[in-house]
Ligand binder design. Structure first.
Ligand SMILES: Cc1ncc(COP(=O)(O)O)c(C=O)c1O
Length: 385
């Protein structure tokens, strides 16, 4: 028998999106939100500009990059980039989990580009990054949220590339260092590492991406919500707080609160360190625990935000996939019932297992408190199976 842990968690929310709020967050953080005001009024627009400026500062975005707030969260930001920029040259698209595979689907089945190379890998691994060619555009996800596999760095991207590099960094940015000189388009949302609210996207563009926008017109029509140029010129207002459509001033206030919290801690360096520390605590537990392993076998590619674990107990390995999924869900259900961990079952398309968000808003103390509960819940689920 595994003893039931006595210690509850201060914050049991481990969802991979929306992710946990910063420690100490309450609705009071929104008290000064400019609700009911026009987002085009100067003081409201100033808040949108503040989101851009603080994000730039915390991420060390190069001065010549544009950063804008766009509709429809990370998906909106990434789709508008793909639909506006791709098709000018051949594209290499990398995928190793659900979201990356979604971008492959868009490129192949929706945009129907004719010169596409798919570089794919199974859950837990990366494709061969050395296959990427510098004369082609590249589309990839920095951190695969559903497999817990990230690229280890940007060394595989050429400094002399002719193509553009489009990177979906939504579960990486603020928790992993991004080499801006290797990237041309980077997108994210507010609800991941920052723990903000959903529905707003961030789109960062290198000068090379802007040149493409101004010199290339895709063969397909673009809805207003995706348009970044007008009459062949970049719509600069988007990068100065003039959003394409109406933002939520409540969400704006909330992400400002998160950005100010991040700044008060010491910026991205500290956010990265918090996530890495959380991963290290989980790794130490995995190393001494027989029934569990990382989905990512190679430590160099393990995500410190969306930590994905597989169950390796011999009894479990003997089950078929449906039974495995039901078992993993039963562990998550036991923990939710106890109020010690919510939303930690693996993503629906990923191999059955557990996924624990360990990004910067998660306190290491809560990770430490969670780990004995995982052992207990595994034992409980086995006893009930
Ligand atoms: C890697 C990745 N890309 C895209 C998305 C979709 O993001 P959103 O819901 O912000 O559009 C997610 C959401 O979890 C993600 O993890």
């Amino acid at each position: 028998m595994t003893d039931k842990p006595g210690r509850k968690l201060a914050m049991p929310r481990f969802s991979s999106g929306p992710c946990a709020k910063r420690p100490g967050w309450s609705l009071r953080a929104l008290e000064d939100a400019l609700v009911g005001r026009s987002h085009r009024a100067s003081d409201a627009k100033a808040r949108l500009v503040q989101v851009i400026d603080l994000s730039r500062e915390l991420l060390g975005l190069p001065a010549d990059w544009r950063l804008g707030i766009v509709p429809a969260s990370d998906t909106g930001a990434f789709e508008m980039a793909m639909w506006s920029l791709l098709g000018a040259r051949g594209v290499d698209v990398l995928a190793w989990e659900s979201f990356g595979k979604g971008w492959v689907g868009d490129i192949v089945s929706q945009l129907k580009l004719d010169d596409v190379r798919k570089l794919e890998a199974d859950y837990g691994t990366l494709p061969d990054l050395s296959q990427v060619l510098p004369e082609r555009d590249v589309v990839f996800t920095w951190n695969g949220t559903t497999s817990g596999v990230r690229v280890p760095n940007g060394d595989w991207i050429s400094d002399d590339r002719e193509g553009l590099v489009l990177c979906d960094a939504t579960s990486a940015v603020f928790a992993m260092d991004l080499p801006w000189d290797k990237l041309d388009v980077v997108t994210w949302s507010w609800q991941k590492v920052l723990g903000g609210e959903g529905q707003h996207g961030m789109l960062a563009l290198s000068p090379r991406a802007v040149v493409r926008l101004q010199t290339y017109t895709p063969a397909w029509p673009l809805p207003k919500i995706f348009r970044l140029t007008k009459g062949g010129k970049l719509m600069e207002g988007i990068f100065k707080g003039e959003t394409i459509n109406t933002p939520s001033m409540l969400c704006v206030e909330d992400v400002l609160d998160a950005l100010r919290w991040a700044k008060s801690l010491g910026g991205s360096v500290v956010l990265v360190a918090r996530s890495e520390k959380n991963l290290a605590r989980i790794a130490a537990w995995v190393a001494k625990t027989d029934w569990v392993e990382f989905l990512a076998a190679d430590p160099a590619v393990r995500s410190p935000t969306s930590v994905c674990l597989k169950i390796v107990d011999p009894w479990f390995s003997g089950l078929d996939e449906t039974a495995q999924r039901a078992f993993a869900k039963s562990i998550a259900a036991v923990l939710a019932r106890e109020g010690v961990a919510f939303d930690i079952a693996a993503y629906r398309d990923a191999p059955p297992g557990l996924r624990i968000w360990a990004g910067a808003t998660i306190e290491t103390d809560d990770i430490d408190a969670l780990l004995p509960w995982l052992d207990w819940a595994f034992a409980e689920a086995c006893a009930a199976a």
